[in-house]
Design a protein around this ligand. Structure first.
Ligand code: CP
Length: 325
């Protein structure tokens, strides 16, 4: 099921975005442009949110076969603010629980003229499988695929870093937590590599460590202090308990907090202007103290705001491809 879709299959022959399945193979100018487009959709708190008609007459179907708050809500708001018809399939009351396959669910919604499928699934390869089967005018957007890929999260993380740091070439980025099961770390590292980031450090306890095949240029360590020393950007991750079968091997929350929790004192090891990121959902006072999560270096709520803007920019990019069909 773990299929690779290349950049050329995500883009049409005119270079327009058709599917977004991963960041691998997309180039730096394309990413810089989508980040700049995302900025157009940002508004200050209290202002009327950005709106346009670029998806008028189109139908966006959100199919989340795994839990989500941020990604699902932001894709729904993004599509509505761009005047699409939006279908949020309630998985628990859909015919999938009667045994219908995911492809039959997709073909059913395709027959109702859905144009865009936003997919989150716990199995690797599902977004690419669907992309390979749908009609040519249909787009598939990966909203989180097992531990493999979460490309819109990767883009919103890049946007947040660009807003604070301007460039990537001089940055040390440290990701701390359960890298082994993290699609967020996979997409962030793909994006950071494309943007030419100077150094990526991955810090985890043994058993939750990154597999070097997915992180060819990264420094992989169990030493949190070494990972934090002089870092410009710190990205904290929760333990993805839902993906871990052998839970008895995990540390208790108390032990984890002692060894790998980001506290105000530990944060002092990083550069004074370091930013603290977390994709959410957070386990406060486990991987990150409440004081740091709500502190002056935290950009966590800005990541959420950027997530909506990035998803609007991605929907606009696929709609401009459709208007040429
Ligand atoms: N970051 C993220 O994907 O959050 P949700 O699981 O709430 O969508």
């Amino acid at each position: 099921m773990d299929q690779e879709i290349t950049a050329s299959e995500q883009l049409t022959s005119n270079g327009q975005l058709r599917h977004l399945l991963n960041l691998k193979g997309l180039d730096q100018p394309w990413i810089q442009e989508i980040l700049s487009q995302s900025e157009h959709y940002l508004r200050k708190p209290g202002e009327v949110p950005a709106r346009d008609d670029s998806l008028a007459g189109r139908t966006v179907a959100n199919l989340f076969f795994e839990a989500s708050t941020r990604t699902r809500a932001s894709f729904e708001l993004a599509a509505k603010r761009m005047s699409a018809d939006v279908l949020n399939l309630d998985v628990n009351t859909s015919s999938r629980i009667k045994g219908e396959s995911i492809l039959d669910t997709i073909y059913t919604l395709q027959a109702m003229q859905a144009d865009v499928f936003v997919i989150r699934d716990a199995s690797a390869g599902i977004p690419a499988l669907i992309a390979s089967k749908v009609d040519p005018h249909i787009s598939v957007l990966n909203a989180g695929e097992a531990d493999v890929s979460h490309p819109t999260q990767g883009l919103l993380d890049l946007l947040t870093i660009r807003q604070h740091k301007g460039n990537f070439e001089n940055l040390v980025v440290t990701i701390i937590g359960d890298i082994a099961h993290s699609r967020v770390a996979r997409s962030a590292s793909e994006g950071l590599r494309i943007m030419g980031t100077r150094e990526l450090r991955l810090v985890s306890p043994s058993g939750l460590q990154a597999s070097p095949e997915y992180y060819p240029d990264a420094v992989i360590t169990e030493d949190m202090n070494a990972g934090l020393e002089g870092a410009d950007v710190i990205m904290m991750l929760r333990i993805q308990r839902e993906r871990i079968k052998e839970k008895t091997s995990l540390m208790t929350d108390h032990e984890y907090r002692k060894r790998y929790g980001l506290t105000k004192d530990r944060l002092k090891l990083a550069r004074p202007d370091a930013i603290v990121m977390h994709p959410g959902p957070m386990n406060r006072d486990v991987e990150i103290s409440g004081e740091v999560a709500d502190g002056p270096q935290s950009v966590i709520t800005q990541q959420v705001t950027n997530g909506l803007a990035v998803r609007m920019a991605i929907l606009a990019a696929i709609s401009s491809g459709k208007s040429q069909q």
